[in-house]
Design a protein around this ligand. Structure first.
Ligand code: SAM
Length: 270
């Protein structure tokens, strides 16, 4: 093994280990710690995106694979709509929380597996009507090769839904960017106060390695689009907006400033 390959493997393992560690720490209060996923602005986007995915799928009992399903942000919504779900996550603790939330009547439509997505896409032999992932890609060491393998798990006409990923930002106007940063700071200060009042630990430095792709500014949707097209995927929808801890600053930044830090993408296998 050359030195570079050994270094590469060490980094890969470190990122996986950090993701296990951080998500074990936050599993019990995951969505309380992430109001940016549950505020009114994001919830409206989530519901509209779910409607779009389900309309593309047509079949109300589709087989859906949720990668990095966590405590069930997408998983529980899709299960409630009648689909058959397979959830994969490397955090046992996150899956334990999800398991408690699955309604008894839906248990026969739910399968959970503790595994890294990189290993899962290599070893699982099934095909799915849809693969969904929310806030996962920025945790991966090499998301591009994983996305390529994910495309191979879709049956013809199958959908890939990439949701709530940090977007590599382009700064066009310094005034707008200053306002954008000002709102972000205010939003974050209120969040810190709320977490302190609710006695929820902030985990300030913990994400350094687990959110690996943030080191490079997030995910570049243009690279992803290119990659998907080369995998014979038709792009159905790309949505970019500004996510914030709270709904009002997110709405203000998105609608009035027009700034963007998050994207969603829906693609379909030809
Ligand atoms: C930010 S959380 C998002 C969870 C859920 N999808 C949601 O939107 O609420 C990221 C999830 O991905 C999982 N994860 C991180 N790296 C992973 C990997 N390589 N394989 C599988 N799961 C991973 C974490 O354990 C965590 O549950």
């Amino acid at each position: 093994m050359t030195l570079d390959v050994a270094k590469d493997n060490d980094l890969r393992e470190k990122i996986l280990a950090e993701n296990r560690r951080v998500h074990a720490l936050e599993s019990n209060v995951y969505l309380q710690r992430h109001p940016e996923q549950t505020n009114f602005f994001q919830t409206e986007i989530l519901q509209k995106s779910l409607d779009k995915l389900c309309a593309e799928l047509g079949n109300p009992k589709s087989r859906i694979l949720d990668l990095g399903c966590g405590t069930g942000y997408l998983y529980l919504q899709l299960l409630a709509r009648g689909h058959c779900l397979t959830g994969v996550d490397l955090s046992l603790e996150m899956l334990e929380v999800l398991k408690q939330k699955i309604p008894p009547a839906a248990k026969n439509r739910s399968t959970l597996t503790v595994m890294g997505v990189e290993d899962f896409v290599e070893t699982d032999n099934e095909f799915y009507d849809a693969v969904v992932l929310s806030a996962l890609l920025h945790h991966l060491y090499d998301y591009e090769s994983t996305v390529r393998k994910i495309c191979g798990k879709l049956s013809s006409g199958g959908c890939l839904w990439i949701f709530f990923e940090p977007l590599k930002q382009k700064i066009r106007s310094s005034l707008r960017f200053t306002l954008h940063k000002g709102i972000a700071r205010l939003d974050e200060s209120v969040y810190r106060l709320e977490m302190r009042l609710r006695r929820i630990r902030l985990l300030e430095e913990e994400y350094e390695w687990s959110d690996y792709q943030r080191r490079f500014g997030g995910i570049d949707p243009n690279r992803l689009l290119e990659l998907l097209r080369s995998e014979d995927m038709e792009i159905k929808n790309v949505e970019k907006y500004c996510s914030r801890r709270y709904g009002c600053p997110a709405l203000f930044a998105t609608r009035l400033l027009g700034t963007q830090n998050t994207f969603n993408l829906l693609a379909k296998k030809r």
